[in-house]
Design a protein around this ligand. Structure first.
Ligand code: NAP
Length: 259
């Protein structure tokens, strides 16, 4: 099975790296095309991926084609290869490109699925939110789910929830990175070497997330479990509440969704 990326920027490279790192695909089974050929070669050759001059030759190489250009470029990039895509599985990662939009753009009968992944797929810890509505066969969906499952948690959502789910998972790493930086800055302020501070902060986030996934525990109860009465943690929690931490996070998602 060969997978081809139309557009090879941050998201496509994270997916390609994750697929190789997980052992799901060999590098030579991955191809890509992009606008700037020199940049494309820099991003592909060293990793062992195949670089293609245009979308048509990439589609000729690939069994599955991943649409990974910016949302406003999707129509312009896919229109010339519309007919070639009828024999492929088309996976989109472009924000805002739902099943209905692709039905208007792609040739009738094209097998396609809209997803929103996030960059932690590069280390096998991503989330890949998939629109429940798609035109893959059951067998194709199972194969896609199995492959994407190698690089993250695959979740199906209804069309009207694809955008907000994509925002939480796709933009979430930026929010979490801000929190990591802040937590590490606080550690550095109190004397912890910076590299150690990042490692401590990151593992705290990873561990808390894994604990929640493993137990299904309510986040409020997880917080309570760390806050002993009259103890130190609750003082920190109270300060975060005073600064509107939760409201700020909710406002951040609103700022994207209400745009
Ligand atoms: N980054 C994320 O965390 C994230 C998360 C979820 C979804 N997404 C989605 O992923 C898609 C890509 O985002 P990104 O962050 O990876 O963007 P990016 O880093 O800017 O990459 C865009 C890629 O598209 C290529 N491209 C532009 N015009 C092209 C053309 N005419 N033909 C072929 N390739 C062309 C660019 O090539 P050049 O560099 O040569 O111009 C580049 O490789 C977007 O639709 C976004 O909504 C991203």
């Amino acid at each position: 099975m060969k997978i081809g990326f139309i557009g090879f920027g941050n998201m496509a490279q994270a997916l390609a790296a994750g697929l190789v790192r997980s052992g799901a695909l060999q590098p030579e089974a991955i191809g890509a095309c992009a606008r700037d050929p020199q940049k494309l070669r820099r991003n592909t050759v060293a990793a062992g991926f195949r670089a293609f001059d245009d979308a048509a030759s990439l589609v000729g190489f690939a069994d599955w084609v991943v649409v990974a250009v910016k949302p406003h470029q999707v129509a312009q990039v896919l229109t010339p290869v519309r007919e070639l895509l009828t024999r492929k599985i088309v996976l989109s990662v472009a924000a805002g490109w739902t099943f209905e939009r692709y039905e208007e753009l792609l040739a009738t009968g094209t097998h396609h699925l809209s997803t929103i992944p996030n960059t932690p797929v590069a280390v096998g810890e991503g989330v890949i939110v998939c629109e429940r509505r798609h035109s893959l066969t059951q067998e194709e969906w199972r194969a896609v789910e199995a492959l994407l499952g190698r690089i993250g948690l695959v979740m199906q959502v209804e069309t009207h929830l694809l955008s907000v789910s994509g925002t939480v998972c796709g933009c979430g790493p930026a929010f979490v990175a801000l929190f990591l930086e802040a937590l590490a800055d606080a550690a550095v302020k109190h004397g912890v070497p910076r590299a150690d501070a990042y490692r401590m902060a990151s593992q705290t986030v990873v561990g808390t997330g894994k604990l929640q996934l493993a137990t299904g525990e309510h986040p409020g109860r997880m917080k309570d479990a760390v806050c002993s009465p009259g103890g130190t943690t609750i003082r920190g929690v109270a300060e975060l509440e005073r600064k509107g931490f939760r409201g700020a996070v909710i406002d951040a998602v609103d700022a994207i969704e209400d745009d």
